[in-house]
Design a protein around this ligand. Structure first.
Ligand code: SAM
Length: 239
């Protein structure tokens, strides 16, 4: 996937470009990240990227022309039909299904806002989708866009090996993940559930499914209410 990022602070993206699963995806060429900084497109000698809001009041707004020029430059490289995403607390709240849909695209352009955000007319004319990472306000869109980039990247083909497959993760099948254990077998007075030590793969699969169902029922009944359960899942939940 080719991702164009528009941000006043491209250095922040080292957090995804250099580390862990996303860093590996970049070094393997499965994720290509390019950056456009609106400051590089500012025309005045101070390279101004913010401006006062019409109507007055506190805060500044991202200056239109440098941002517009950065979007144009990104589209020129990624293609004019590439979806342009603005990270915004006013967008649709991101969930796993939206990330799955995004992960099937060839490319995307993501815009990280700063200040009070971007001019409403740019949203109307340039932005295809507005996504929020939750009902709270951050000071910039960089962290929010890195959440989106990380979540999408781990779904790209070949990024996670079989061993760490995303298919088992919470939300992928409408349930929370089952609990995980590693050595030691005994931790103070807590033992690893014996079924996990026996090597009976079918018993382990059933136990894990039952745990998934149980903790989803306890912690996120809203997920269960939206899910159509299989006969096996219904039976396990009723056990
Ligand atoms: N005045 C805006 C409002 O209240 O809707 C908030 C602007 S916020 C201080 C600056 C930037 O941070 C936004 O333009 C956006 O890119 C990003 N941002 C803040 N909270 C976010 C969230 N929950 N999800 C996605 N992006 C967010």
């Amino acid at each position: 996937m080719h991702l164009g990022v528009i941000s006043l602070f491209p250095e922040m993206y080292r957090a995804v470009a250099d580390y862990g699963v996303t860093g590996r995806a970049v070094s393997q060429g499965r994720l290509v990240l390019n950056f456009w900084n609106p400051r590089d497109f500012a025309q005045d000698k101070h390279r101004t990227v913010d401006d006062r809001p019409y109507g007055g009041g506190p805060g500044m707004v991202m200056k239109v022309e440098p941002l517009q020029a950065a979007i144009n430059a990104a589209k020129q490289q990624l293609g004019s039909d590439t979806k342009v995403i603005y990270l915004s607390p006013q967008g649709q709240v991101l969930d796993q299904q939206s990330l799955v849909t995004m992960s099937q695209r060839q490319s995307m352009i993501v815009i990280a806002g700063r200040y009070e955000g971007i001019d409403e007319r740019l949203i109307a004319s340039q932005i295809d989708e507005e996504w929020s990472i939750g009902d709270y306000v951050l000071s910039g869109g960089e962290l929010a866009s890195m959440v989106l980039i990380d979540g999408v990247t781990r779904l790209l083909p070949g990024v996670l090996g079989d061993e760490e497959s995303a298919q088992q993760d919470s939300f992928m099948n409408g349930l929370l993940d089952h609990p995980h254990y590693t050595r030691p077998e005994q931790l103070d007075n807590q033992a690893v559930p014996s079924v996990l030590l026996g090597g009976d793969h079918e018993a382990i699969r059933k136990w894990r499914l039952k745990q998934s169902l149980g903790r989803t029922w306890l912690r996120r009944p809203d997920l269960l209410a939206m899910k159509t359960l299989s006969d096996e899942q219904t039976a396990l939940l009723e056990e």
